[in-house]
Write a protein that binds this ligand. Structure first.
Ligand SMILES: CC(C)(COP(=O)(O)OP(=O)(O)OC[C@H]1O[C@@H](n2cnc3c(N)ncnc32)[C@H](O)[C@@H]1OP(=O)(O)O)[C@@H](O)C(=O)NCCC(=O)NCCS
Length: 217
């Protein structure tokens, strides 16, 4: 499976060989869409939550965007968030917890990647009820050289088709409230904000109903 976006950019399935590149994209977009390199002391750790498990646990819906300089982005989704979270809880997080020390509950003492270490030891797999109509969720992150070329729109359209074909009725994204560029991007694609009691300083949900017409382009 390869989608040619033009300009030397292509979409293809991600593989295990991409893990370090996927972690790098995660790091370089991990500060509400901007480069988080300045903040993290373990450059691969965010990717162990937000990138690698998607390729490992849901490989059919894990894609890399290739550019002239290598991997320039990724597109991940899971068909059923509840079942994916159950697999994270039973296998992925317990393995990570073996390798990473818990920084403890005292948030003011956390430094650099400690927030990720804390999230690894105290994951929150709750899904707000307001998202019940949207069983699937996704992530898209493109490096600067791949942005503003229509690739994001084409990726999301492709993903919506894949999910609708697989029977999904809706897709949600968890967007950082400071990431207004991403919010405007999703709004341009027809995603609407879903208000939940769980909305917090770090989480905001945008979602779209997937209808049978999403199954064809
Ligand atoms: C957000 C992101 C995926 C968008 O992808 P992109 O390829 O740059 O977006 P596109 O060029 O496909 O734009 C699609 C539409 O969104 C609109 N859009 C994109 N960014 C926008 C912005 N900052 N403000 C307003 N509209 C925007 C475009 O105008 C375009 O509308 P049109 O097709 O009607 O002209 C990409 O910029 C990115 O990865 N950013 C950094 C990481 C990130 O924030 N990821 C999302 C985390 S939730």
């Amino acid at each position: 499976m390869i989608v040619d976006f033009g300009g030397g950019f292509f979409l293809r399935h991600a593989t295990a060989d991409d893990h370090s590149a996927l972690c790098e994209v995660c790091l370089k977009t991990g500060d509400a869409g901007n480069d988080a390199t300045w903040r993290e002391d373990d450059p691969a750790l965010m990717g162990q939550i937000y990138a690698v498990p998607y390729q490992v646990l849901e490989p059919d819906l894990a894609f890399a965007v290739d550019g002239a300089e290598g991997v320039a982005g990724y597109l991940f989704s899971v068909l059923d968030t509840k079942s994916f979270n159950a697999r994270l809880a039973s296998t992925w997080y317990p393995a990570l917890q073996q390798d990473v020390a818990d920084p403890g509950p005292d948030q003011p003492t956390w430094r650099n990647s400690d927030w990720v270490r804390h999230a690894i030891h105290h994951p929150n797999f709750d899904i707000p009820e307001a998202l019940n109509a949207f069983p699937s969720h996704g992530h898209i992150d493109l490096l600067p050289q791949a942005r503003g070329r229509g690739i994001g729109r084409r990726c999301m359209s492709f993903l919506e088709q894949q999910l609708a074909l697989a029977g999904s009725t809706g897709l949600f994204l968890d967007v950082h409230p400071r990431n207004t560029d991403a919010q405007l991007f999703y709004a341009a694609l027809g995603y609407e904000r879903v208000l939940t009691p769980a909305n917090s300083a770090t989480s905001m949900f945008m979602a779209k109903v997937l209808r049978p017409e999403h199954r064809c382009c």
